[in-house]
Every structure is written in structure tokens, then in C-alpha cells.
Design a protein around this ligand. Sequence first.
Ligand code: CP
Length: 320
Amino acid sequence: MTFRARHLLGIEHLAPDEIRTVLDLAETYVDLNRRTVKHSDALSGMTQINMFFENSTRTQASFELAGKRLGADVMNMSVAHSSVKKGETLIDTALTLNAMHPDLLVVRHPASGAVDLLAQKVNCAVLNAGDGRHEHPTQALLDALTIRRAKGRIQRLTVAICGDIAHSRVARSNLILLGKMENRIRLIGPPTLMPSGVADLGCEVYEDMREGLRDCDVVMMLRLQKERMDGGFIPSEREYYHRYGLDAEKLSFAKEDAIVMHPGPMNRGVEIDGELADDINRSVIQDQVEMGVAVRMASMDLLARNLRAERGRKAVGVMV
Ligand code: CP
């Protein structure tokens, strides 16, 4: 197994063989999670702390379940009731928790780069659960596993990423991962929701949904990230749905067996038609949620192996 990383901060730091290692190990956890007894001892004796400075349902719940199924002691820090509310900084909070000897720290933060900064201050392995517009690496990995299981491969596919690309860490991590795995990527959305420098990303860019979806294998919809918008980026939600909301008519331009994805939370009737989102013949949205637990188990398992090996090397060094 090839996985050299000390932390999981972004897809940009992973090589294709490391991505494949995570996906292959996650497959074994998909099987475990479907059993009645779901326990492993991969993180036995280890302590995992989850710190979420932004709201989350899927990521926080799946990291917590993942740690518990692997036998870790899991603590969810309640940011709303913590000393952050008294003005304590992220770094002081992290140093305080670090003094309690956690082994894995899972962090979501609204500021891009905050998780990288924190990783430089602590002794444990840090996993980025989403930082600002920067990266959401475990989302891209769970999306890759979902695609690989549905399409039988994660190379040479045409993938359309649609909607609010400018504000989306999900789009950014997926762009990097899908690019590393040699897929053809199309970005579809209004110019106001395209990131600056989009022409340099090596993707095809479309303003027209039907044109962009033509012959795609995978259609990845994105949430409108209103919490990161500081002005009017769309005329109205109704107009946005008319032009960019995915429905059966627009999807008919993609391949007949194209799959529909959305990272959640979804705004039905804004980014996607509710019936299409629930159509198990086209939508893999619930599979994405299932793969999320397995990918987070695999990521923490691999980081824990590296952490044990590093501590082992240090212990031998001390004895010598
Ligand atoms: N996809 C995702 O990150 O969802 P949550 O915000 O619910 O964790």
C-alpha cells in the first residue's frame, strides 16, 4: 500500500497511487459497513477529536462514525459552547487540545488555509474536513469512489461540474483529483460563478448547460454557497434553476447512462429537480453518503499507520 502523507490537508498533496490506495482500502470498509457487526480495531487506543467551526451534517457524522467503527475514542468539540466564543484563537484552541495528546484531529473551518496552518502547530495527524473555498479532500475521495463503483473506472471519463464553482471547495478538490486521474473535465455555470483564472485550469468552460452536458459520463451538481457570497451573483433562484438547475430534460443531453451527483446539502428546485435527485436509476447521491463513511475510515486508518510508524522510528532513535 502506498500512502506517504502525514496529514490529509488537500488532494493537491496526494499522488495518483496514494489516491488509489485510499479508494482500494475504502472498498474493504464498504463491505464492513454493510455487516451487522461493523467494528475493526484499526484505531484502537487512539483518540480522535472533531472540531467543526462551520455547520455540517454528512462530514461530521461520517467522521464520528468512522472513528467509532475503527475503535478510536472520539470526542466532538462543541465550538458553540467552547472558549472560541470568548475570543480564543484557532491556534490557541488547537494547542490546548494538542496538549491532551490526540492522535487524529479532524477540522472544518470557514477560512481557506486555516487547517494547513493548524497542522504546523500540532503533533498529531490532521484531516481537513473543508476549509473555506480551498479544499474538501475527503469529499473528492468519496466522489471518486462513488464514480469508480458506478462506472468501473476513474480514468478517461467526461465529468461535468456544474453551478457555483467559484465558491466551492468541493469543485476545487474534485478538479484536482479528476485531473490527476486523467479525466476530461467540463465546468458549467454563469460567468459570475466561475473562479478567476478559470481559463488556466485546463478544463473546458461552458455557459450553456445543454451544450456542456452533451455526452458526459458524470454530472456533478454543486450547492449555491450563499454563505460565501458577498453580493448578488445570480438574478434570482427561479432564473438560476431555469438556466442551470438539473432536470430530466437537461440531463437527456448527457450519455444515457450518465450518473447524477451532488455533495449535499441540496437545494431542491434550485440546483436540482427533487424527483431526479431521488431517482435511483440516475442519482448516486445516497451512494456518495455511504462512500463517505468508508473513505473517512480508510483515510484515518492510513494516517494512523503512518503515525505509528513515525513514532516507532522516533522511539528507536531515542534508544540508539
Ligand atoms: N458535503 C458536505 O460537506 O456536507 P456537510 O456540509 O453536511 O458536511
